[in-house]
Design a protein around this ligand. Structure first.
Ligand code: HEM
Ligand code: NAG
Ligand code: NAG
Ligand code: NAG
Length: 327
């Protein structure tokens, strides 16, 4: 009783704090921040990303995901990119073991440094890349707000605490997003990012083999789909990968919602979107492509996500190399 009262108090306090932070979220960002200081910045990112994705379309997924991971841990401050000599940075934490594409960020940043040294932050570079990879794989285009500065701190444990795990239920997901100042709509819209990319079997294997520790399967996952997934993922399989939106994993489309509505969302966090009336209504409404507002919504929610806990003005720094703080 006492504990549940305490946790309710804590929840309200967290929501209050999220609200206060939300007022600060995005403060100091604007469209075209580099218009005068580096007019070609966005064109340079676009060109480099076009070259990369036309050769390696499978990098679109990890590069979109990277901005999400950056924003949810210490705000969108590029801290996900920092290396730690002792392997204690965010990128060393378990969820980040599956992040790829760091070398592409370095490539884009090097091109930016060549044109305008020390001007464009790594955090902004990530935000623009996330938009450009989405657009490259037939997704929507949105204006990216810029003016973020880079943080100097990256702590592995913070990634574990702040990133929702694939087994998160709907209340945990809603709380995690609320703590970042994001709405329930942002949650269901941004989850649509799972229309592209791949997952390791380890991220959902318990749903296939040992859901409650009794050798059972997840009853919320389509049994026919379980059969198909088991062909790809053996028990305790750490290395194999599957497409998250089979058949169109290289195309940004609304098909993610078709899958979730058919109980074929890969993670429990995808399936959980059917456990809340608002997220469920969105999934159902977008399960067929007719009159879908998903593309427009995705741009809006990505802008909201890009505002989380940003450093602007004189805070932080503009790193020269994204993996290292300046001296
Ligand atoms: C709602 C909570 C979320 C959870 C629990 C979650 C979890 C995951 C997990 C476990 C993977 C697979 C990692 C692996 O095994 O390789 C993944 C992949 C991915 N996620 Fe999420 N995610 C969430 C939200 C998001 C958001 C907001 C975005 C971006 C808008 C996003 C974009 C992606 C993409 C593009 C991939 C594929 C990465 C690749 O191809 O390597 N996710 N996510
Ligand atoms: C959802 O997950 C949270 C955190 O793991 C847990 O405390 C809570 O009991 C779960 N809620 C439901 C309804 O299962
Ligand atoms: C299933 O989970 C239970 C409880 O965590 C564990 O004791 C058992 O070894 C697991 N079985 C398999 C096949 O992994
Ligand atoms: C600790 C660890 O293995 N970190 C990895 C995180 O992901 C990058 C990119 O794949 C790897 O290079 C790191 O080794």
């Amino acid at each position: 009783m006492a504990t549940s009262k305490l946790s309710i108090c804590l929840l309200f306090e967290m929501i209050f704090l999220a609200f206060v932070f939300n007022l600060a979220n995005g403060h100091g960002l604007k469209n075209g921040f580099y218009k005068k200081t580096c007019p070609n910045a966005e064109a340079i990112v676009k060109k480099t990303i076009h070259e990369v994705i036309s050769v390696a379309p499978s990098l679109a997924g990890p590069l979109l995901r990277m901005h999400f991971h950056d924003c949810f841990v210490r705000g969108c401050d590029g801290s996900v990119l920092l290396d730690s000599p002792t392997r204690q940075a965010e990128k060393d934490a378990i969820p980040n073991l599956t992040l790829r594409g760091f070398q592409i960020i370095d490539k884009v940043k090097a091109a930016l440094e060549k044109e305008c040294p020390g001007v464009v932050s790594c955090a902004d570079t990530l935000a623009i890349i996330a938009r450009d990879v989405t657009y490259e794989v037939m997704g929507p285009f949105w204006e990216v707000e810029t003016g973020r500065r880079d943080g100097k701190v990256s702590i592995a444990n913070e990634a574990l605490i702040n990133l929702p795990p694939p087994f998160a239920n709907i209340s945990a997901l809603k709380t995690t997003f609320a703590l970042k100042g994001l709405s329930v709509k942002d949650l269901v819209v941004l989850s649509g990012g799972h229309t592209i990319g791949i997952s390791h079997c380890s991220s959902f294997n318990t749903r296939l083999y040992n859901f409650t520790g009794k050798g059972d399967t997840d009853p919320t996952l389509d049994p026919n789909y379980i059969k198909r997934l088991k062909l790809k993922c053996k028990p305790a399989d750490q290395n194999s990968i599957v497409e998250m939106d089979p058949g169109s994993f290289k195309t940004f489309d609304q098909h993610y919602y078709t899958l979730v509505a058919k109980r074929r969302g890969l993670f429990q966090s995808d399936a959980a979107l059917l456990d809340d009336s608002e997220t469920k209504a969105y999934v159902k409404a977008h399960a067929n492509s007719h009159g879908s507002t998903f593309f427009k919504d995705f741009g809006v929610s990505m802008i909201n996500m890009g505002r989380i806990g940003v450093l602007t003005g004189k805070d932080g720094e503009v790193r020269k190399v994204c993996t290292k703080v300046n001296h």
